[in-house]
Design a protein around this ligand. Structure first.
Ligand SMILES: [Zn+2]
Length: 342
């Protein structure tokens, strides 16, 4: 390690749990974060500052003013430009630490791109906002033997668990097999979320990441941790491997096989996402065509957004679109066909 690097990470190297060897391992490690909302942004910030050598951030969405209350990597200029979160995050993280490799990928993780996007990383961090994507990550992680760290927060409550395939239970052990998922369908879009809980959960998640990536798995907590910053309640729960677990025992990777992925998914309150397969769109051409037909057309290098009252539509260059103002797949499909084309 050079003197400059040694100085940069000196407080972390002084910490006896990490030391010189641990820091060298961190600099040599690769982590991928799926989802760059509040938890993903906070985790990315901490990982970049800690000197994780290579960080990939995958996110499907763009920055909006309502994100800024808790998504600590973004600012008002990002929201004004409606920058994709993966792009805005990459820019911020490069400015924070130019000595590491940071790559933002604007994409929706799905069964067709999961292996391409997640292969080659030592660790996967959960920054997603939905269980469909988490089960997809769990399938990939268990099938490939890659550790991952589940993290979720809503309202003032959050939880996290570290999954090491072959050594610990997996997310399907915890949430499938008839265990109750009641309450898990609440989202930040329906009941809100506080900045402190997402940053707390991301901190717990990144501490686990540092243990794994610096070569200290013996320090992992091995529990399902949950916290509520409003009531002050903290819990640490032991989770057992389910003897019949679909994923880590029977090795049936139904999410990764694409058997569960619908073409249209809910994406927050009153909005749906349309996944179009293998379609690339020239946003400039589309913009010119739509300008006389719709209102408030805005475009940047990554997406095109416009309004057809009462709906707002955001189209990405890969053909994906997010429709705000409806929960009805038929309405979404019809608007997509009318404005983007079948
Ligand atoms: Zn399992």
């Amino acid at each position: 390690m050079s003197d400059a690097l040694h100085d940069k990470y000196s407080r972390q190297v002084l910490f006896s749990g990490i030391g010189e060897d641990g820091q060298a391992r961190l600099l040599d490690s690769r982590a991928v974060i799926v989802g760059c909302g509040a938890i993903g942004a906070a985790a990315a910030n901490l990982l970049a500052r800690a000197g994780i050598g290579r960080i990939r951030i995958i996110d499907r969405d763009f920055v909006e003013p309502s994100n800024l209350q808790r998504q600590t990597l973004f600012d008002e200029a990002d929201a004004l430009q409606a920058l994709p979160k993966a792009v805005a995050a990459e820019r911020k993280l490069r400015a924070i630490n130019s000595a590491i490799a940071v790559e933002g990928v604007v994409a929706d993780l799905n069964p067709r791109n999961t292996t391409d996007l997640l292969a080659g990383f030592n660790l996967i961090l959960d920054g997603t906002d939905n269980f469909e994507t988490r089960f997809l990550i769990n399938d990939y992680a268990v099938s490939s033997g890659t550790p991952w760290i589940y993290a979720a927060a809503v309202a003032s409550y959050g939880l996290t668990m570290t999954i090491r395939p072959g050594l610990t239970p997996c997310l399907a052990c915890l949430l499938e097999n008839g265990n109750s998922t009641q309450g898990l369908e609440d989202t930040c879009d329906t009941i809100g979320v506080l900045g402190p809980i997402v940053n707390l959960i991301a901190s717990l998640q990144v501490a686990e990441a540092l243990k794994i990536l610096s070569g200290h798995p013996e320090a992992l907590h091995g529990r399902l941790l949950s916290c509520d910053v409003w009531t002050g309640r903290m819990q640490s729960i032991g989770v057992a491997r389910h003897p019949e677990c679909r994923a880590c025992v029977r090795r049936e990777f139904t999410y990764l096989a694409g058997e569960v992925q619908p073409r249209i998914t809910m994406c927050g309150r009153d909005s749906v996402q349309i996944h179009e397969r293998d379609r690339s769109i020239d946003l400039g051409v589309l913009q010119a065509r739509l300008r006389p037909l719709v209102e408030d057309v805005r475009q940047n290098d990554f997406l095109l957004r416009f309004r057809v009252a009462p709906y707002e539509m955001t189209v990405f260059a890969d053909g994906r679109a997010i429709l705000k103002g409806t929960k009805d797949p038929a309405v979404a499909r019809s608007l997509y066909a009318r404005y983007i084309g079948a």
